[in-house]
Ligand binder design. Sequence first.
Ligand code: SAH
Length: 352
Amino acid sequence: MDNPRPDLKAMLPDELDDFVGELGQPTYRTRQILDWLYVKGVRDVGEMTNLSKALRDMLAQKTRITALRQVDCQESATGEAVKFLFELPTGQRIESVLIIDGDRRTVCLSSQVGCPLDCKFCATGRMGLIANLEAGQIVDQFLQVSLFARARGERVTNVVMMGMGEPLLNYDEVVRALRLMRLEEGLGLGGRKITVSTAGYLPGIRKLIAEDLNVGLAISLNATTDETREQLMPINRKYKIADLLLAAREFFDRRGYRVTFEYVLMAGLTDADEDARRLAGLIRDVPCKINLIPYNEFEDDERFRRPSRRRLEQFYRVLGELGVEFTVRESRGRDIDAACGQLYYRQEKIRR
Ligand code: SAH
């Protein structure tokens, strides 16, 4: 669906300056429009009451404002996660998750409908790539979840690009969305409050390192040998573990903060003592953080199982004895399929 009218919600301030300038308007209009869009959350220029009627009419004619249709909102029994299901104008659906952890409110955003990378253990991977999201659609997920939080008297504090999709394969739209979320006059999320997570698409990592944009980076390592990683993540045929370790070092040198390596623990595949030892060896000289994620099971795929409590404890112990610091992500929202790697919407139903 090609829409020739530019999306007001996806315009950066300098673009908005130019745009309102061309309409013969002063640039302070930019600030007013940003405030309406991102702080007040209006979906219709008609509601931007401090703009002149003439400007509102022109904007209505020449632009559109992306607003995803929220079709479902499910809260986990424990209150630790809320999953949102949104529908695009094409009828395709995407999911976002609000994760509640102490004072932290993290939104997990989708960057694509489905994903082309085919990681064998990931639910989204089963969908294949269906579409890239537009910047306005990424920002709008954030905006709608923020408004939900605000209505409960809470504020979103962090963003992770860890929902459906590989963000670095939808680079331009994702980076534009990140810039929009950082705007002080809008959503105002500081640099390190945003983390981009990648399966290891090296050209995208390189580009992000060079970008004039402060965001955190997480790389899904998930295995300690290229052989195993290749079986789990076909992208490893092209970009190897050694490449990712180098990229992490480069990220630290250029940006000044450490990459997080995510490591999913899968029974019999990635959870052996030997893996823990190899992991410690791999990252010995790389300034990084380690985030361990016990696998979240979905459907009845026998190949991928969560390790037993004992196995997990043992893995943690081996790492600890080798002096490796790590965090464990016990995913929230498993009961509503909102946990890490569980986002999957059966598109067949809608495509029909
Ligand atoms: N494509 C990006 C972001 C989406 S996946 C990436 O690969 O990083 C976000 C994280 O969830 C990744 O670390 C991925 O390895 C992990 N993941 C995928 N499926 C999972 C599952 N079933 N259980 C636990 N973690 C999973």
